[in-house]
Design a protein around this ligand. Structure first.
Ligand SMILES: [Zn+2]
Length: 437
């Protein structure tokens, strides 16, 4: 297939007017594309006027369209994967909440079952081209993010504190086996008893992310020294940056190889802080995530998240028990995608600029990663940096660089066409084009 005349997001992180070639659903160099085979009308797509970017990779998503990964329901997971695909997220890591081990084992077991059904294996590799065509409308499940239960009860956020336990290597191994060896990230609070030892032992097998933690600077540094290489939703569920104890945030800035997740939905992190994170960490280390919950893609109302009632109001989700659903009485967030409409974070980011009432606990997000990427642009993050943080960086953070998230030869040619207002117009995978209205 040839996608021509578009502004293609190149490997160097810049847009160029060029063509994108693929054979068998994978990116090839132009000179390697068998021209006579490709040069048939059905194999050429004119992308004039569109940005062509890699399909997005979300390494932290709990659910969408009324389903949560923790429902442990294969059909629900399939619905989530369908929603993600239509939203431009062509690869994702379903993310589990804090639950008892037996329950987590059941939930994780749904993943290899679904992958088998989709004729897929870990890493998104699909075994037959014919079967691949059938599976084309689903986001690739490229791993599992285990967000609990090795957390700090004081920073549990929307996670249920009663199921939080000290980190346990054997338990991790049992759960990883239940999930078909697909655990890619485990979130750990490094200051809790036994957890540092766990990080040392497990970090060769899985990416360890610091988060849901009360760690001070030294404790966070110890976590990174033990092998952690990732931070779970920077700022959220951790101590703030304090000039005498800069905590996980301060410790992460000094670690060249650590990726930091950021929820740029306009609710979790102030637009100015989103801009600062890109300045501070550089656009090579920021991993935009959605942290999306079952309410994502649903009308406003009440939903269940990890066994707890939550309320959705626009793009805001709060724990019902915390007195959520208080409207802030200010202008709403911009309707995304309109990233280019308000460069630098203008009037439309008013709602996000307003502080959240202190008695509300934000419980995940109601935005998908594509919306978060567009929000980041509307806050003043350069488009190239936002795209990088939603594609290349997350893929690299889970060790799948070169397979997803970029147009390097050999990678899956999953790509999105977006217009100049950043509206998503088409999702392409396995050389199958899904046009969106
Ligand atoms: Zn989460």
């Amino acid at each position: 297939m040839i996608i021509e005349n578009g502004m293609v997001f190149g490997v160097g992180g810049k847009f160029h007017k060029t063509s994108l070639y693929s054979v068998g659903g994978k990116v090839v160099k132009g000179e390697d594309a068998p021209g006579t085979v490709c040069r048939t009308a059905s194999r050429i797509l004119d992308a004039a006027g569109f940005y062509v970017i890699p399909g997005l990779v979300d390494v932290h998503a709990h659910g969408a369209v009324g389903h949560d990964f923790c429902d442990g329901d294969m059909e629900g997971l399939r619905k989530i994967a369908e929603y993600e695909y239509r939203s431009g997220v062509t690869s994702f890591c379903p993310t589990s909440m804090t639950l008892p081990e037996a329950r987590l084992a059941e939930i994780y077991a749904a993943v290899p079952m679904l992958l088998r059904e989709m004729e897929s294996v870990g890493g998104g590799e699909r075994v037959s081209k014919e079967k691949a065509a059938e599976a084309v409308n689903f986001s690739r499940i490229v791993g599992i993010h285990m967000e609990g239960p090795f957390l700090a009860t004081k920073k549990c956020g929307a996670q249920n504190p009663k199921d939080i336990v000290p980190a346990d290597y054997d338990m991790f191994c049992r759960l990883n086996e239940a999930g078909g060896g697909l655990l890619k990230i485990v979130t750990v609070a490094p200051e809790q008893a036994r957890n540092l030892e766990f990080i040392r032992r497990v970090s060769g097998e899985v990416n360890v992310s610091l988060g849901h933690s009360t760690a001070g600077f030294e404790e966070a540094e110890a976590g990174f020294a033990a092998g952690a290489n990732h931070v779970t939703h920077l700022f959220n569920a951790m101590n703030p940056y304090h000039h005498r104890n800069p905590g996980i945030i301060g410790a992460a800035t000094g670690q060249k190889d650590v990726f930091v997740e950021l929820i740029s939905d306009g609710m979790h992190v102030h637009p100015a802080a989103v801009r600062d994170v890109f300045r501070l960490f550089g656009d090579g280390r920021v991993v935009l995530i959605s942290d999306s919950t079952a309410s994502c893609g649903m009308p406003d109302g009440e939903y269940v998240l990890g066994g707890q009632a939550v309320l959705k109001d626009g793009r805001k989700v709060t724990l019902a028990a915390s007195g959520g659903m208080k409207r802030l009485g200010v202008a709403g967030l911009p309707d995304v995608p309109n990233g280019k409409a308000v460069p630098g974070g203008g009037k439309l980011s008013g709602m996000a600029e307003a502080p959240n009432p202190s008695d509300e606990v934000i419980a995940g997000s109601a935005s998908n990663l594509y919306e978060c990427m567009c929000c980041a642009v509307s806050f003043g993050v350069p488009l190239e940096s936002a795209v990088k943080a939603a594609t290349v960086n997350p893929a690299r953070s889970i060790g799948l660089e070169g397979q997803i998230g970029s147009f390097v030869p050999g990678a899956w040619a999953d790509c999105l066409l977006m217009d100049e207002t950043l509206r998503l117009r088409a999702v392409i995978s396995n050389e199958h084009v899904t046009w969106l209205s």
